[in-house]
Design a protein. Structure first.
Length: 336
């Protein structure tokens, strides 16, 4: 009888161990499922809504989707538009920190600067930033910083191609530039244009604005003083680009811009790239951070990809510029 009880006890103990082991496996499986189903919240702070920045945001979301982060399933986007107001950018960033979002996507320089002012812990991925070093966002392209990295929209050859085309091919001597002097990225670009144009004998005529409501008046102020107008990737001016286009068309002043989306809206030419592609690059970087493969500090700031000069034939006709067949050797043509 004692032997039978002892044998029974051993069987029961073994059974308990097996059940215990099964319980641990179930717990482990539940934990793995929980990791797979983790919900991420990404705060999107965009300085202003216009086609280029909108396209960058779309590209960012698409890259994350392609990497397995699908909106409504395992990621939520909290989109906030600062309406080109510097104060709003800081409020938005502070709110994201208070909400404890998992990541901040900052679209344009003012939004990125405010995000970094608000947190040194939450990962920040930026795009549409002209001079990330000069803006104080990163220490260098190779070593961006503890919690921030992203993409710049300032291709080293982009502005040069457009300005060279304006002077060498079109014969422009007096270039009007409309920009917001409060945007650090615009100040950088104006300086670049001066350094490119003045050695060629061209003169720069500046017209600065503070808000989009002042853009039309600034364009009017250039009439009779310039041979052409150049608009850098200035968010304030680009958001009101149609008012510049109307002046350029009515007064027959060739209009050139700093990126392709604005060219398609009614400017003669731009040397640039797709902002959707730029946002997509940033989204791929963000996915690496969310997956835990890399920290922002381990991802260098990236330049835009392919660069091309594109001429808008319809805009050239509207603004009184004859398109030369020979230009097909140095540019692509945009035809609606």
């Amino acid at each position: 009888m004692k032997k039978s009880l002892k044998a029974f006890s051993l069987i029961m103990a073994a059974g308990m161990l097996v059940m215990s082991g099964c319980g641990k496996e179930t717990s482990k499986g539940s934990s793995a499922e929980a990791d797979e189903k983790k919900q991420y919240t990404i705060g999107i702070t965009q300085f202003v809504e216009h086609p280029s920045l909108d396209a960058a945001t779309d590209g960012f979301k698409k890259a994350l989707e392609d990497e397995g982060f699908k909106e409504g399933e395992n990621v939520k986007f909290d989109f906030q538009n600062a309406q080109a107001d510097m104060n709003n950018t800081q409020t938005i960033a502070n709110n994201f920190v208070g909400d404890k979002v998992d990541m901040i996507f900052a679209n344009a320089t003012p939004s990125a600067v405010s995000a970094l002012n608000a947190t040194k812990d939450i990962p920040i991925l930026f795009t549409s930033v002209t001079d990330p070093v000069g803006a104080g966002l990163v220490e260098s392209f190779d070593k961006p910083g503890d919690n921030i990295t992203g993409t710049t929209d300032n291709h080293p050859e982009g502005t040069a191609k457009t300005i060279d085309f304006m002077i060498d091919e079109v014969g422009v001597q007096n270039i009007g530039i409309i920009y917001n002097s409060g945007e650090q990225n615009s100040e950088v670009q104006v300086q670049q244009v001066k350094e490119l144009a003045e050695p060629k004998g061209a003169k720069i005529v500046e017209a600065s604005v503070s808000t989009s409501a002042e853009v039309k008046q600034a364009a009017d102020s250039l009439v009779g003083r310039v041979d052409a107008i150049y608009i850098p990737t200035d968010n304030t001016v680009v958001s009101a680009l149609e008012s510049v286009i109307s002046v350029a068309n009515s007064k027959k002043i060739p209009l050139f811009v700093g990126e392709l989306d604005s060219m398609k809206r009614g400017a003669i030419a731009a040397s640039g790239f797709s902002y959707f592609d730029l946002g997509y690059q940033t989204g791929k970087m963000a996915a690496e951070v969310l997956k835990g493969n890399k920290k922002p500090s381990e991802i260098p700031v990236e330049l835009p990809g392919s660069l091309k000069l594109v001429i808008n034939k319809k805009a050239a006709e509207e603004q009184g510029l004859e398109v030369k067949d020979a230009w097909s050797e140095i540019a692509e043509f945009h035809e609606e």
